[in-house]
Each structure stands twice: as C-alpha cells, then as structure tokens.
Design a protein around this ligand. Structure first.
Ligand SMILES: Nc1ncnc2c1ncn2[C@@H]1O[C@H](COP(=O)(O)OP(=O)(O)OP(=O)(O)O)[C@@H](O)[C@H]1O
Length: 216
C-alpha cells in the first residue's frame, strides 16, 4: 500500500498557486496493476513524481514499505557526461543492486546500444537514451513500476521487446500505469484510479472505471 496523508501539491505561477492536490488522504492498494486515468493536466505525471519521490508534496506525507521505481523510460538521473556503462553502474549502486557486474551486463544486453554503451550519453539519440533508462529501470528488482507512456520507447522492434518485458514484470511485481491507450491499459491493468479535480478514486473494476472516465 502507498499511503498519502493530507497531501497538498501546487506549482506557483503568475496566476497564483496552481493546486494539483489539496489536502488529499488516499491509499493506493498493493497487489493490483493500476491504470491512472485523467484528462490532460489532471496531475497524472505530478502524482508519479510524488510517488517516485522525485518531487515532494508542499504539505503532507507519502509513505510506502514498497520499493518504487522512478517513472520507467524517463531519463531522470542519467548523466550526459558519463557513458552508458558508467551510468548503469551508478544507477545500480544508488538503487542498492548487489551484483553490479551482472546488472551491467543485463542492462547492456537489454538496451542493445552496441559499442555506444561505452560512449558518453550526450552522444546518444533520444531513443537511445530512453532505451538505456528503460533497461536500467527494468533490471532493478522494484516492487512497483511506474509506467508513464513507457511503451512508446524506441523503434518498433524495441517497443515490442519493452512491452514483453513489462508484461513479464506485471506478473511478478505491480505496475501503476499512465497511458492514453485504452487497449494498452486493458493489457496491463486490472483496476484503475481516476484523478479528477484534485481527487483520486480507486476502482476495482477496470471496465467500470473506463466507462466512468469516458463520461468526464
Ligand atoms: N513544473 C511545473 N511548474 C508549473 N506547473 C506545472 C509543472 N508541472 C506540471 N504543472 C502543471 O500541473 C498540472 C498537472 O500537470 P501534469 O503534467 O501532472 O498533468 P497530466 O495529467 O500528466 O497531463 P497530460 O495528460 O497532459 O500529460 C498542469 O496544469 C501543469 O501545467
């Protein structure tokens, strides 16, 4: 379970503080693969950044006993001056991977960067950067994977591979997924949370959630 207690999140702007969540208490259950449904600007990516602790609430707290990934495929934390291999080892170390040599080899094989694995990431295309980030994230054994439109990574061949890896993960671990593709959501998720006007609502029944969401 991920427990949000009195969470307020806003971004200051010229129009005043833009509130995404206001004094929200909510429990995200474990043992579900959950789709986050919400209109553009509803706060899905912001919620992900809060769950991944890459941003903090302005007020309140978020607690979980689970090991939660950063949003898969976001190249957050990838350092442009370092090579793919150096980044991999660094990310592995930060995330407490015990066997860094094995981790490095698995990421290298998954990302399929060839000799570029030993060149600085600043020389990579954006697709190559995303592949490295995806491989680094998938290869760490997280309890919960945050998947933000992640199956759009790379070229068609890599997309198929990424999707297969995610499906595999969704059987052993849990996924929380943001996607505007309903078919993809049906493939990965069994339940949903609708985020609307700063409120979250959990639906055990995915099809019912999709119906309710389409009414918004
Ligand atoms: N760093 C930021 N500074 C200021 N405002 C921000 C920032 N990040 C997001 N916002 C605002 O917060 C709101 C929620 O944004 P967010 O990206 O979380 O929405 P979303 O549901 O993921 O949208 P989409 O479906 O379009 O990706 C939007 O109004 C957005 O403009």
């Amino acid at each position: 379970m991920i427990k949000l207690t009195n969470v307020t999140k806003y971004y200051p702007s010229k129009l005043g503080n833009q509130y995404i969540l206001k004094n929200l208490s909510f429990e995200i259950p474990s043992n579900h693969n959950i789709a986050i449904l919400g209109r553009n600007g509803a706060g899905k990516s912001t919620l992900f950044r809060l769950l991944a602790s890459s941003e903090y609430p302005n007020k309140g707290s978020i607690e979980s006993s689970h090991n939660i990934s950063w949003p898969v495929a976001l190249a957050t934390g990838i350092h442009p001056q370092m090579t793919g291999r150096e980044n991999t080892r660094f990310i592995g170390r930060v995330n407490g991977v015990s066997d860094l040599d094995e981790y490095e080899l698995s990421v290298r094989d998954f990302a399929e960067l060839g000799q570029k694995y030993d060149l600085p990431v600043k020389t990579y295309s954006s697709g190559m950067r995303s592949r490295l980030a995806f491989a680094c994230c998938m290869t760490v054994g997280f309890d919960i994977y945050l998947i933000d439109e992640a199956t759009s990574v790379g070229d068609p061949k890599f997309k198929r591979k990424a999707k297969a890896a995610l499906l595999d993960k969704s059987k052993q671990a849990n996924v929380i997924m943001v996607s505007h593709d309903t078919e993809e959501i049906r493939q990965f998720c069994d339940s949903a949370i609708i985020i609307h006007k700063g409120q979250l609502e959990f639906y055990n029944d995915l099809e019912y959630a999709i119906e309710e969401y389409e009414k918004l």
